[in-house]
Design a binder for this molecule. Structure first.
Ligand code: FES
Ligand SMILES: [Fe+2]
Length: 392
């Protein structure tokens, strides 16, 4: 094993033989001061995926979001998606309060100030009462909504709260950017969209999806109830999977379903002769994408406080290669079945998070990671590195 001083493996596959230290102390999962350091170091400077283009198909379509305490309005106008702080320049009312909708113009519901598609103030009711004092410029022509940077990878819409963020591809890294662009291209159709509020620190859901060690215990009843799915989703042997640790990401790959003829036939019917595989990619800190030949999954876990977080969940199904009308019922069934499966797994995972949160707040000592949890270890190392913390 070739490991440098910071612990990064130079080999394509990184596999540990022994247990690993739990790099982050329990306080990192609940203390406001640590939370604030995370926001400053890894969240505010970068990009966060907050929506998808298929949520904004027509002119005037909008969605509202909250990101790191900032209310956002994303709206399609002039063929592009623009984002603003969802705050009127007059006396701070939200321009749009619904989670989604369509607005032909941006008109504040409080006193009626109106803004152009680019956020410029265009109309003030009773303009005489806002006449400029001598030497001061007029409000119209000067005042704008506060714009927020927007960039897309495939159908994924990212925003940045930074004034001058790096290009999205640079922030994500070439590997993650290419993967997101491909897995969420218009070849895929959304079949599930959810937002889940977690009463726990954002790292708890992230670390949960970085290991399959919990599957046998936490999902034991699910596996017992659905034994026919075990050949597809059961844990592979050590020889059948691999981990990769890259610059800013870790990845898990196996050949899920390759040995299960009905699954292979289903894949072939939809996308032709494609090797069965499963790829699970974690772009540090909080973007997770997973992929099979026909499904693409997205989970973004964003902090909403030191002890709370939110998951943005999306599931996309391939439209077929080539698209064929006769596969429509099959695709519909797969979309429904995959959503049902995913919702069940998410529910079981989410049920354990409050118990972990209670534990980190009550623990005086650090935990420990097993060799199967090396992606958790790698993530913790990365985060500690970003926050300039000396790690064990
Ligand atoms: S707060 Fe928007 S018009 Fe007054
Ligand atoms: Fe799980």
């Amino acid at each position: 094993m070739d490991i440098d001083a910071r612990g990064w493996s130079h080999r394509r596959v990184f596999v540990h033989d022994t247990r690993l230290p739990h790099v982050l102390e329990p306080a990192c999962y609940h203390e406001p001061s640590w939370h604030e350091r995370e926001l400053a170091a890894v969240f505010r400077p970068g990009w966060q995926c907050v929506a998808t283009l298929d949520e904004l198909p027509r002119e005037g379509d909008y969605v509202t979001r909250e990101l790191l305490g900032v209310p956002l309005l994303l709206r399609r106008a002039g063929g592009q998606v623009r984002a603003f702080r969802n705050v009127c320049a007059h006396r701070f009312a939200a321009l749009c309060s619904a989670p989604k909708g369509r607005a032909a113009s941006l008109r504040c519901p409080y006193h009626g100030w109106t803004y152009a598609d680019d956020g410029a103030l265009t109309h003030i009711p009773d303009p005489g009462s806002f006449a400029s004092p001598p030497g001061k410029p007029a409000l119209i022509g000067r005042v704008k909504l506060t714009a927020v940077e927007v960039a897309c990878a495939g159908q994924l819409v990212f925003v940045s709260l930074a004034k001058q963020p790096p290009p999205l591809a640079q922030w994500l890294g070439a590997r993650t950017h290419a993967l997101a662009t491909r897995l969420f291209s218009t070849d895929y159709q959304r079949v599930l969209a959810r937002s889940i509020e977690h009463p726990c620190n954002w790292k708890i859901p992230i670390e949960n999806v970085l290991e399959t060690y919990h599957v046998a215990e936490l999902h034991s009843s699910w596996l017992a109830r659905h034994p026919r799915l075990v050949p597809v989703f059961g844990e592979p042997s050590a020889e059948q999977h691999e981990h990769e640790l890259g610059d800013g990401f870790s990845e898990y790959r196996d050949s899920m379903g390759a040995g299960f003829a009905p699954y292979r036939a289903l894949v072939r019917a939809l996308v032709g002769d494609t090797a069965c595989h499963y790829q699970h990619h974690h772009a540090f800190p909080n973007l997770v994408v997973a992929h099979t030949p026909v499904l693409s999954f997205l989970q973004v876990v964003t902090p909403t406080g030191p002890q709370s977080s939110r998951s943005m969940i999306r599931l996309y199904l391939h439209r077929g290669a080539p698209p064929r009308a006769w596969t429509a019922p099959l695709r519909s069934t797969i979309g429904a079945a995959a959503s049902w499966f995913l919702n069940g797994v998410l529910r079981e995972d989410a049920a354990i998070y409050p118990a972990v949160q209670t534990g980190v707040q009550g623990s005086e000592r650090s935990g420990v990671l097993g060799a199967k949890e090396e992606r958790v270890w790698a993530f913790q190392r990365w985060l500690a590195d970003q926050l300039a913390v000396t790690t064990p």
